[in-house]
Design a protein around this ligand. Structure first.
Ligand SMILES: Cc1ncc(COP(=O)(O)O)c(C=O)c1O
Length: 398
């Protein structure tokens, strides 16, 4: 949505979608996560094109987005999802209509029957997990694999680096037996995060150097997520060439990518509202009807300051504000943003790019109301999928 046309007339924001339809935020409940159908389809189309041109399978990682109301749109472009838990595998089977490609850091005896019921592929994180559970999959038409750790990653943020020293993810090459155990048909490697095709190229060199000796024993190679194919500066042609060459080197291997963020990257917003303005020590804070910790947790976790439509991320000018959440956490604020006007209670504050990960990581901490979930259709209509009530809060507690 970033870069969309946005104008102000007497402090009221008018903003337009790709087709030039005026998005009327008053048609949506407040607060609300709003996905724009045209932007979602644009991403899906690009991902589908990469798949068609390379013969590589690209599936949606549910951990980044699990909005099942949107699955009929996804189904026009992709067939499968990557799941990381029994609930995600069930969602794939029951709502996307296809069995999941499942990887979890550790399966339990209690969860495994559900994992088997709803998966077509199961990746184990360790050889001990493989030896413990493989026998249970026999006869169920499931292809099993193991997560490998190439001991190489260019991810700078430790919190998101799956290959950091001491990582709990994957088996290093020194631990794999020369002849893989019977039933082990695939390798799974995830060591990217919002990465480029060039990072993938360098990572592939490490993967091949350390693990290609086992490739003749395999049927598939899953290169995980973190491929930010839909970011504006992503070199899609380079990715396509890379994948075509990889396929040429190992024609017997079915190659899989399971990005998450790339699917819903810059496809929607969190629309919120100013409730009050307070001032302390010369700092003005606009208190909103949303919370960073509950509704945009990555901002505090990463941390990063999100873009706000019609505002600049600085404290220059007379109308500079912190934006504060409506929870009691002292650090539930971010700032500063500069506006071209004085903010008033009741006006909308639109946080850009708040769909991937954000919508799956929310909480009801403090009992703060959860934003509704909606779609701005390609025809320019507001479709409200879900509003949350006290009942949702109460039922999570017992
Ligand atoms: C195993 C695995 N696959 C796929 C993904 C999706 O990654 P992204 O959303 O960065 O594309 C992740 C993210 O953590 C992951 O851990």
């Amino acid at each position: 949505m970033r870069g969309e046309i946005c104008i102000f007339v007497r402090n009221v924001m008018f903003t337009f979608d790709k087709s030039g339809n005026m998005i009327d935020f008053t048609l949506f409940p407040s607060p609300c996560y709003i996905t724009e159908e045209e932007l979602l389809r644009k991403n899906l189309h690009l991902i589908h094109t990469v798949k068609e041109r390379t013969g590589v399978e690209i599936i949606l990682a549910f951990k980044s987005f699990a909005g099942w109301h949107f699955f009929p749109i996804f189904r026009e472009y992709i067939e499968h999802a990557a799941a990381s838990s029994p609930y995600e595998t069930r969602l794939a089977w029951e709502e996307l209509g296809s069995k999941a490609y499942t990887y979890s850091p550790a399966y339990t005896e209690k969860d495994f029957p559900e994992i088997i019921r709803c998966s077509s592929h199961i990746t184990f994180n360790s050889l001990s997990q493989f030896y413990r559970f493989y026998a249970k999959t026999i006869g169920s038409n499931i292809s099993c694999g193991i997560r490998i750790n190439p001991e190489y990653s260019e991810v700078k943020t430790e919190l998101y680096n799956p290959s950091a020293p001491g990582t709990r993810f994957g088996v290093t090459c020194d631990l794999l037996p020369g002849k893989l155990p019977q039933g082990l048909e695939g390798f799974h490697c995830h060591c990217h995060c919002e990465s480029s095709s060039y990072e993938l190229e360098r990572t592939l060199e490490h993967i091949e150097k350390k693990f290609s000796r086992w490739f003749p024993q395999l049927k598939w190679l899953n290169l995980g997520g973190g491929h930010l194919i839909t970011r504006q500066d992503y070199d899609t042609e380079h990715l396509i060439t890379l994948l075509q060459e990889l396929k040429k080197r190992y024609p017997h291997l079915h190659i899989i990518l399971e990005p998450g963020s790339a699917f819903t990257w810059e496809t929607g917003v969190l629309a919120s509202e100013v409730i009050d303005i307070v001032e302390n020590g010369g700092i003005k804070t606009a208190i909103l009807n949303v919370s960073f910790t509950c509704h945009m947790p990555d901002c505090l976790e990463m941390p990063y300051q999100p873009a706000v439509r019609g505002a600049r991320s600085d404290s220059n000018g007379p109308y500079a504000y912190r934006l504060g959440g409506n929870s009691c956490l002292s650090g539930d604020y971010m700032g500063m943003w500069s506006f071209d006007r004085e903010l008033q209670p009741g006006e909308r504050i639109i946080f850009e790019d708040m769909i991937h990960y954000t919508t799956v990581k929310t909480t009801m901490f403090n009992g703060v109301p959860h934003p509704a979930i909606a779609l701005w259709t390609k025809e320019g209509k507001a479709k409200i999928y879900r509003e949350f009530t006290y009942k949702d809060y109460r039922e999570r507690m017992g």
